[in-house]
Design a protein around this ligand. Structure first.
Ligand SMILES: Cc1cc2nc3c(=O)[nH]c(=O)nc-3n(C[C@H](O)[C@H](O)[C@H](O)COP(=O)(O)OP(=O)(O)OC[C@H]3O[C@@H](n4cnc5c(N)ncnc54)[C@H](O)[C@@H]3O)c2cc1C
Length: 672
């Protein structure tokens, strides 16, 4: 028997134990605490001081100065080269964890800096590491890591963003010269939005449609110089600035045109596909689909990183808003009585506590995904080559990136409003972080399009499971699940394909129990999935593939969200169980209890917020009011430990805001 799970909804008089240091260890990797200390100490230097309202040129210069200082402090040493052949065993994994910790700190300070580093190390360096041959990686990664070879990632074009497969830039193998001719054939093919391309980058990984011997073989990446080391232009390459954006102006996003630029054969990334000196094209991938998916491997790592780091922006907003809500007072309950604190109001608790609970769950889920990605990244095939991105990781990273960035967007907006006028003041940080974070919902994959990616994978696996089960003599109770099938495991029961899972009929269900929340989330996802599959099958009979998909596109995104919700809640519940087991072993309370509360409130919050749960029948109409009451109770309970919870995020005081501290003193006339 496992350890008894703590009651998620303690009575209002029962103290809720909270061990902030231990909870912090769960929410941040203790193994990299020294890295975080080092980075936060560096952030005390003047160049890292928080500034607001700067002109774009100043913001860019400051971002670069901060970045250069981090380089000179040695914070990137090993982040790419530790993965090269010959590096000591375990060095790659350790370097990955260190780099994750560095980026976690940067996410609290400056989103532009985070994105600039992410593009250079994660996308430019990551593409070389993942898609280059061993020789190419050994030749380029030391320079990328040392930042002597500053690079960017040029996939998106003016005419093609979400549909990366439709890009128009061409790369034609030229046997006579032994290289490729890279060209922008029309205006819609200009590279657009490329982070660092306007000023900073000297190199890029340019993605282009490759033709070899007259045969089009699809999108491939090339390492191309876009300006000289001194910043002057190079022949055949034109760059331009994308101009001022709605935020994130520390990043110099740019446009690139190639005019018949000759690229040596050795600069096509050749770890997966190659063109020989004789002009023979070879590929590790059997199908064009698999080949295309492999080219975008760096984006998977990028999405894993975004899923984690956007939670830090939500944590920042919540820390400030919760601390303000505990000190700001408004309206007295009775004449002459002190005014009530904002967090004493149930409506204020509701707007901050459900997002706080969800942030904790998403942080745990994103950390679990990161651990899976890091472990996968260390795997090698029989030839010693890195194993390609799995479908599961591709799909989970897409779903997690979308849900976490949408959540951070909504949370930051809520935090901004929850702080009233002060929330709009730049030095209180939330408004600025909200503006600069917004684009996380779009770059590295538009969120809606990513949810469609998840839904398509689910539909494919669903069909595969059903198809296998229908075969005579199929093993019972279920056939092996396809790669993404773990997420479909809850559907992997005889009722799949028949009527939707009935919620417990008749007798009352205890809406305050974790089992209730888990079963409603699962029943809803299962019904969404079966409905989606049925609707898609029906539409496919009467419409073209495009028309059939279009007919279910809205339901598909909702289904993906429902399935990802099950996944997130399951990760959170596993963390609660592990914390309860640890407490049973060492007798120390204070982690499992607040965690159980957060996971439960997150689940109840999802169920209470959407009429979809009623529509699917997962929640009964007669239970809706009880769920609403349980959400209110959960918010009241979480509010009692909210200060400790946000302290457990571990954000240093200098990165917070005046309203998180003594805001009256901060605004005193004496300080003018
Ligand atoms: C600040 C910033 C930094 C960036 N950095 C880089 C970079 O460094 N390198 C790089 O290569 N790119 C970069 N990008 C580009 C980014 O990845 C793209 O903007 C993104 O992929 C979306 O493409 P798009 O802008 O063309 O939008 P579109 O693809 O035109 O999408 C517009 C809208 O249409 C919807 N839509 C599109 N297709 C479908 C569909 N099939 N079904 C339903 N709805 C659909 C989307 O949901 C979206 O709301 C950056 C963008 C920005 C703004």
């Amino acid at each position: 028997m496992g350890a008894p799970a703590p009651s998620p909804l303690p009575a209002s008089t029962t103290p809720i134990p909270l061990d902030v240091p231990r909870l912090r260890q769960l929410l941040t990797d203790p193994a990299t605490e020294s890295v975080r200390r080092r980075v936060f100490t560096l952030f005390e230097e003047p160049v890292f001081g928080l500034r607001y309202g700067e002109a774009t040129a100043d913001e860019r210069a400051r971002t670069r100065a901060r970045w250069d200082r981090m380089v000179s402090a040695g914070l990137f040493v090993g982040c790419l080269t530790s993965h090269l052949p010959g590096a000591p065993a375990g060095a790659g994994a350790a370097a990955r964890s260190r780099h994750d910790a560095v980026m976690e700190c940067v996410a609290y300070l400056d989103h532009s800096l985070e994105v600039a580093i992410g593009v250079h190390v994660g996308l430019f360096g990551g593409t070389i590491a993942l898609l280059g041959s061993a020789d190419q990686a050994a030749a380029w990664l030391p320079g990328v890591e040392a930042h002597t070879m500053r690079g960017c990632f040029a996939l998106t074009e003016l005419g093609h963003g979400s549909n990366a497969r439709g890009i128009e830039t061409t790369a034609v193998w030229d046997g006579a010269s032994g290289g490729f001719i890279l060209h922008t054939p029309r205006e819609t093919a200009q590279k657009y939005w490329v982070g660092g391309a306007a000023e900073t980058a000297r190199w890029t990984t340019a993605f282009a449609q490759l033709t070899v011997g007259g045969v089009a073989v699809g999108v491939h990446p090339f390492v191309v110089r876009i300006r000289a080391d001194d910043g002057s232009p190079v022949a055949g390459v034109t760059t331009a600035d994308c101009g001022v954006k709605g935020g994130l102006n520390g990043v110099d996003n740019g446009r690139i045109w190639f005019d018949h630029v000759w690229v040596p054969r050795g600069q096509m990334l050749a770890g997966e596909n190659a063109v020989s000196g004789a002009g023979v094209y070879t590929s590790r991938h059997a199908t064009p689909d698999a080949r295309f998916a492999a080219q975008l491997a760096a984006l998977t790592g990028g999405r894993v990183g975004i899923a984690r780091l956007v939670n830090n922006q939500a944590k920042l907003g919540l820390t400030i808003a919760v601390r303000y809500a505990l000190s700001r007072r408004a309206f007295a309950p009775s004449p002459g009585a002190p005014e009530a604190r904002l967090l004493d109001y149930a409506s204020h608790r509701r707007r901050l506590m459900v997002p706080l609970a969800t942030t904790v769950v998403y942080a745990l889920a994103a950390d679990a995904l990161k651990a899976e990605w890091n472990a996968h990244s260390e795997r090698k095939d029989a030839d010693g080559r890195r194993v390609g991105v799995t479908k599961r990781l591709h799909v989970l990273s897409a779903g997690a990136k979308a849900l976490c960035s949408w959540h951070a967007r909504d949370t930051l907006q809520e935090c901004r409003e929850a702080c009233g006028g002060q929330g709009y003041k730049a030095d209180n940080r939330i408004a600025g972080v909200r503006a600069t974070h917004d684009i996380s919902c779009t770059f590295e994959g538009d969120n809606l399009v990513l949810m469609h990616t998840v839904a398509k994978a689910l539909l494919g696996d669903y069909a595969a499971v059903l198809g296998a089960r229908r075969k005579p003599g199929a093993p019972s109770p279920s056939p092996p699940l396809p790669p993404f099938g773990e997420l479909l495991a809850f559907l992997n029961a005889p009722r799949v394909g028949s009527t939707p899972l009935p919620p417990a009929r008749g007798g009352p269900r205890d809406v305050t129990s974790p089992a209730f929340v888990a079963s409603v989330l699962r029943a809803h996802a299962a019904t969404c999935m079966t409905d989606l599959a049925a609707a898609y099958a029906a539409a496919s009979k009467v419409a073209s593939p495009f028309g059939a998909w279009n007919a279910v596109a809205t339901a598909a995104a909702a289904t993906a969200a429902a399935v990802m919700a099950v996944h997130g809640h399951a990760v959170g519940s596993a963390a609660v169980a592990a914390a309860a087991a640890a407490a049973a072993r060492d007798g120390r309370a204070g982690v499992a209890e607040p965690l159980a509360l957060a996971v439960h409130l997150h689940g109840l919050g999802l169920i209470g917020a959407s009429p979809g749960y009623l529509r699917s029948g997962a929640l009964r109409l007669d239970e809706a009011a009880a769920v609403e009451a349980a959400v209110e109770d959960g918010c009241a309970a979480l509010a009692r430990v909210a200060r400790g919870l946000v302290d457990a995020f571990g954000i240093p005081e200098p990165l917070l805001a005046p309203i998180a501290g003594d805001w009256v003193a901060h605004n005193s006339r004496a300080r003018l």
